[in-house]
Design a binder for this molecule. Sequence first.
Ligand SMILES: O=C(CO)COP(=O)(O)O
Length: 255
Amino acid sequence: MGRKFFVGGNWKCNGTTDEVKKIVSMLNEAEVPSEDDVDVVVSPPFVFLPIVKSLLRPDFSIAAQNCWVRKGGAFTGEVSAEMLVNLGIPWVILGHSERRLLLNESKEFVGDKVAYALSQGLKVIACVGETLEQRESGSTMAVVAAQTKAIADRVLNWSNIVLAYEPVWAIGTGKVATPAQAQEVHSELRKWLHENAGAEVAATTRIVYGGSVNGANCKELAAKPDVDGLLVGGASLKPEFIDIIKSSTIKKSSV
Ligand SMILES: O=C(CO)COP(=O)(O)O
């Protein structure tokens, strides 16, 4: 019943057309484990979705970085789930901490977005994570459980959700969580899912880690039993992203 390893590349608000083409060429030329063993999903800014879709190798998939909370309409500046489906984009990242914190997206709003995106047939990478202050005050689990509950309250079927644990203090800081810290929260999150969404959801939902993952630290993180993949920011724009994809092989050798 193994959970297939998942590697996401969140390009955030980066890139020009030329840079995007170069990253895609680098990905297309790489030799990586088979799609039977690893899901690779890259997430360019909205404006580059069509070009990436037209150029990217077929065994890699694509995610948008956000979408509107309900059906499209008079919502200036927003992009709807229906539009992503129309473009043939299968995945969307929702609840990233940069949106929760910089754009004041509440956990309820994120939960609504997750439910709506799923209802339209999108697969969702749903991000949760605590700030440094929250970690230091001992409320890490309470925070990530409340963020996960806002999703669980609105969603019954978890088969199209990947849960990404991204501690805010580790994002873009070079300060990666230790493998033990990641494992601890992932295992608690799985326990939470078991108690609140059922044994099947807990056993099958992939929980991936994000926050300063790079080519040097990916294997140790990937080796942890409850780390089912990695969500990569800065390093996903660089050749070391290929090494991160290859860290998936550690799961094969450890079973
Ligand atoms: O936010 C992240 C992925 O969504 C992680 O970003 P960094 O890998 O740049 O720390």
